[in-house]
Ligand binder design. Sequence first.
Ligand code: ADP
Ligand code: ZN
Length: 761
Amino acid sequence: MKQRRLFEPEPEPTPWELVDRADQVCAQLVFNRPLETPFDYLIPEGLQPFVKPGMRMRVPFGRGDQAIVGYCVGVGRPATPNTRLKSVLELIDQVPILTPQMLELTRWIAERYLCGWGQVLEAVVPAGVKNQAGTRRQLLVSINPERWPGPEPVELPPKQLAAMTALQREGRPLGIEQLARLAQCGTGPINALRQRGLLLSTHERVETGSAEEEKPFERLPDLKLNVEQQQVLHPVLTALRAGEFKSFLLHGVTGSGKTEVYIRAIREVVEYGRQAIVLVPEISLTPQTIRRFRSRFDSVAVLHSHQSDAERHRHWQQIASGRVQVVVGARSAVFAPTPHLGLIVIDEEHEHSFKQDTVPRYHAREVALERARREKVPLILGSATPTLEAWQRAQQGEFELLSLQRRAAGLRLPPVHLVDTREDPQFRSGAAIGRALRNAMQQALAAGGQVILFLNLRGYCPVLWCQSCGAPVKCPHCDVSLTWHRELNEARCHSCEYTTEPPKHCPACGKPGVRYLGTGTQRLESEVRAKFPGIACVRMDSDSMRKPGSHDTALEGFRTGQTRILLGTQMISKGLDFPNVTLVGVIDADTVLHQPDLRSGERTFQLIAQVAGRTGRGELGGRVLVQTACPQEPPIQFAAKHDYLGFVQRELRLRRQMGYPPFESLIRIILRGPDETQVNEAAQMLGNTLRGAIEAGGVTARILGPAPAPVTRLKNLFRYHLQLAAPQLATLQTLWRQHGAPCKLPSEVELAVDVDPINLR
Ligand code: ADP
Ligand code: ZN
């Protein structure tokens, strides 16, 4: 679906039926389109008893009366009497696939994030649930009680009689094949009985194929909480017992035992017969994380994006039936259909993957807050490096702040040493591992420890650069430099995955001599192998971890100690808990720092703090070496001192001065299209309209831009953006609804509206 305008004009009504009778009932439907209000459709009389909110149905839509799927969000009288309405063509679901609570929550999402209600519904229900993957419709027969035993005895041939007797003996509806087996007859006699009206036929969904047996996990006892953990658990239990909504920000340094606190809170919830949802970043859904929950609870469902449709459907059903105690999953698990929710936990609250990058562009934290509020349950947001947004809300009393300042089990946070790369000639000759890091690695390995190396760039060389004209070699479709992948000898765009042979001549000036610069994880791996021959090393990045299961295998090899050096991207920066890791090296702390993004300082701090959290988790202790060309930069300095408070205080001051979040809300509008002039003009027009509205209405809001987006071209489309900023989000929502959304744009220009944007590329 091309998303051009937030609210499309109402489709031209084709006359269908005039609603003039008081007893006519309508279904209010929303569609997977950027439309603001539901549409009324007449429900044919035969369907009336079956139509319920939360079901999907097929209806004619738009000029061509094309049959499309709509979600029923209400049943009742038409909004305006005496209007011409079209009718529902058919029902898709026999029972609602959405609960009334979920309908309300999704409506709230649509309003907050300025998109269509139907677009949210479409995204919330997994595809496997919509198409009932892994099940088939089965015909069941049962005895018609009005005819058998009838007032007068019915004479039946022996085979039909056998079927009736078998069915009577079983006392429940059976499939035809199954009945035929039991009665030792063919399907013929059974069909004859159906025709005679002695048997009733119904349909039922049954699972095809049996569910994979969950491996039983060794049950582990609860740990004895330390004093700090007990102190933070106490207010959570109080809220749980009171059965009230309350939000907590659990700020606990890495290894402080936050998970143990979650587990205790969940234990309480499970005792009430309720369910808990635990959201973790997708990349933290490792076997290790899952094991931690499975070893403590009887019934844990895991939701992640690698599951098949059938698996997702089965889990959804199990959750909805109330059989699951704990749901662990990534962002979208916030929609898990738990019938009696008791608690929501979001671990690693600062992770950007909790914000969805496509419509609906929701943030799981905000949705979880709203859901917790509506279902009157507590919410725990946990992190070693909470976002400034969460921290500020805790300061203002919206969240209750809980803190764990020490590592559990009496371990210390590792010392962090900054290594100035400008002083080491190794780097000038192209190495990525400087002298200090190399020595530290040798020491750690000699003492029997393991090493983690972190680098935020994948590929071999992240920059191709022309020696003659000085231009980087860019993707022909995007405004992004190509990365050289040596294994396949290709130049690849990390935005659109375009690949080409590495150019011998500069595409800009035509001269030969394209140089490959910088180090990605592949090149780092070669360097490690050259510098540490004979030491087992594994690389984890999205290139090396394509195959399903490779992730688990790599981590398992590291856990057993077979692999001594683990290197990789973000994939290895969080959640890993290996006591034998005595050294963590950050290859380049500056990759994020220099990005033109209001959160670059925050990200740099988080990155170092999280990576540092991977060591010092055992008796051997541990340390961290951070290579940087800017050791004086405050985010790096604060991270080296493990000083989160110092960092947030300074950063909040800067954000306040700049009018950035969390002090002002932002809405980012991105316009894209094939013709740059047209996109620019549309952006200017939109900007002028909004600016005019702000001035005319005396609205407290600002417009930044319009301007070319930092990545001006992506997948052949030119991108311009503008940002609306105001102290109150509601101001911006109203401004957009009244003045932005109604703007008419050329049909080639697509529009994306991002409320609380995180990705500013
Ligand atoms: P976080 O999630 O805060 O980074 P974890 O929950 O992973 O911390 O805990 C870090 C380590 O400390 C784990 O190995 C965990 O088993 C251990 N741990 C947590 N709480 C306790 C406790 N009360 N006593 C002993 N060990 C604990
Ligand atoms: Zn590209």
